[in-house]
Design a protein around this ligand. Structure first.
Ligand code: NI
Length: 224
């Protein structure tokens, strides 16, 4: 399958049959390589309610008649706006037409752009066509990441490195040690000045613990 990166924490999984997007932050994202108009997706998974993660979920869902898969409070918010949404909560998993989705712990806050309470923030663990993809969401480093790595082989992990709102480089390297992924991609950095980070430094440090890191530019595609 192909995994595209569109900048910030926006990850786009293309299988033969389905288009799944996580944290589709297009409007107001200075590094995004795609436009809202004409963007196609079938499933939208915001890790939490913040504007740079929930992003254009409402508009995309409306334009594509897509299913929103999210924390219960976010799903209710979307359903109340007349959109299709599937509610989940921390630690729960569900089989969707494209694969299995589990909401994992993330240590972070969450509310929607209009101030609505959005429940807890999450990471997302997806099993699609036999591959395990982990998007850590916005989070601090936490020791239970070790369990995520122990309980399944993670083929590909997306982890934030931008600091200030999430893990910085050194905490993210420790996270990679815990998650033990086949490949890690740094996200949530350099979108704005406040989250400037050195992805090359992250890559060097990840390689020094024997793990593989791919730095993706917006528009890049990773095949797994
Ligand atoms: Ni956030």
């Amino acid at each position: 399958m192909k995994i595209k990166y569109h900048g910030h924490a926006f990850v786009h999984v293309n299988t033969d049959k389905h288009n799944i997007v996580l944290d589709p932050f297009i409007s107001g994202n200075p590094v995004c390589d795609v436009k809202l108009d004409g963007f196609k997706c079938d499933f939208i998974i915001p890790t939490h309610g913040h504007g740079d993660n929930f992003g254009d979920t409402l508009e995309l869902a409306k334009n594509n008649d897509a299913l929103i898969i999210a924390m219960n409070e976010i799903a209710i918010y979307c359903t109340n706006k007349g959109l299709k949404a599937h509610p989940m909560n921390t630690g729960g998993a569900f089989n969707f037409p494209f694969g299995r989705v589990k909401l994992t712990i993330a240590h972070h806050s969450s509310s929607l752009p209009d101030g609505t309470y959005a429940g807890d923030a999450h990471g997302v663990l997806m099993t699609i066509d036999g591959k395990n993809i982990y998007h850590a969401g916005d989070t601090a480093l936490f020791y239970d990441m070790k369990l995520i790595g122990e309980m399944q082989n993670i083929d590909c992990a997306f982890v934030p490195i931008g600091d200030d709102f999430t893990m910085g480089v050194d905490d993210a390297v420790k996270a990679v040690e815990f998650i033990n992924p086949g490949v890690v991609v740094p996200v949530h950095y350099n979108t704005f000045d406040i989250i400037k980070a050195d992805a090359q430094e992250f890559k060097r440090k990840v390689e020094s613990i024997g793990k593989k890191c791919v730095i993706m530019k917006p528009g890049d595609v990773l095949e797994i």
